[in-house]
Design a protein around this ligand. Structure first.
Ligand SMILES: [Zn+2]
Length: 254
């Protein structure tokens, strides 16, 4: 497969019941925490290395792209519930697709309940200095073709006297929500810096979570590379280093 090939949630037509012959040996189950047996099995069957990323994308359940002999496979986390039939179908899909495999995957995807991912807390976009609704839309349209679906909200600062670390933003996959620390809603914080923090969190939604061996890789190398494509990256990094102490001293007032 040379080009990006996707099976969308609504792309598959209503699948009919199907029967697959039982394989002599069942393929391994897909374990989100320990996907190595599955990846090793795929590699053996395909005869090429496979890089697997689990996603929580709302509409695309499986996509694959071959690049320099490496198969990049993105699978929705829902495939953790897949049986041997579906695992075989993923292989068929990676081999270029066949009716049975596509039908089986379509059936599985159609049967997946779409997770209810509405924010549990109120979404607040208006700030004193920065409007997250405006910024998020700008970032989403400029860098992601509007494909980010997460809502963006100001978070609530914990009442701590002293901080050792501060999390300026976070992406909560379960709620499909990006939270931005209220310390960024201050006059001395440049607008492009807030935009860049939003950009970072949107990358988390778009890239999903890669896992290598047993470790969850929140920021794999390609994440850093993509993050650095943001205009003015070096200057924003420098601003961050210089102003982090001031941001950490933020006190929630009201
Ligand atoms: Zn991050």
């Amino acid at each position: 497969m040379g080009v990006m090939d996707q099976l969308g949630l609504f792309g598959a037509s209503a699948p009919a019941a199907m029967v697959l012959g039982s394989a002599p040996q069942d393929p391994p189950a897909i374990d989100l925490a320990h996907p190595e047996p599955f990846v090793t099995w795929l590699r053996g069957q395909l005869g090429k290395p496979v890089r697997l990323v689990f996603t929580n994308n709302r509409t695309t359940f499986v996509s694959a792209r071959e690049h320099h002999g490496l198969m990049h496979l993105r699978l929705h986390q829902a495939f953790a519930k897949a049986g041997p039939r579906e695992v075989e179908a993923i292989l068929g899909y990676l081999k270029g697709g066949n009716r049975e495999a596509n039908r089986c995957l379509g059936e599985f995807i159609a049967g997946c309940e779409r997770p209810v991912r509405t924010p549990r807390s109120a979404v607040v976009t208006a700030g004193r200095c920065h409007d997250l609704a405006v910024l998020a839309t700008e970032v989403n349209v400029t860098y992601f073709h509007g494909s980010c679906t997460a809502q963006v909200t100001w978070g609530v600062a914990a009442k701590r006297r002293r901080r050792r670390t501060i999390q300026l933003g976070c992406f909560v996959a379960d709620e499909n929500l990006i939270r931005i620390h209220p310390c960024l809603d201050q006059a001395f914080v440049p607008r492009p810096y807030v935009a860049w923090v939003i950009f970072h969190e949107m990358l988390h939604e778009v890239l999903g979570v890669a896992r290598s061996k047993r470790r969850r890789r929140v920021h794999p190398p390609e994440f850093g590379a993509m993050e650095a494509t943001f205009p003015g990256y070096q200057a924003l990094k420098a601003w961050e280093v210089e102003n982090l102490p001031r941001l950490m001293n933020y006190r929630h007032s009201r």
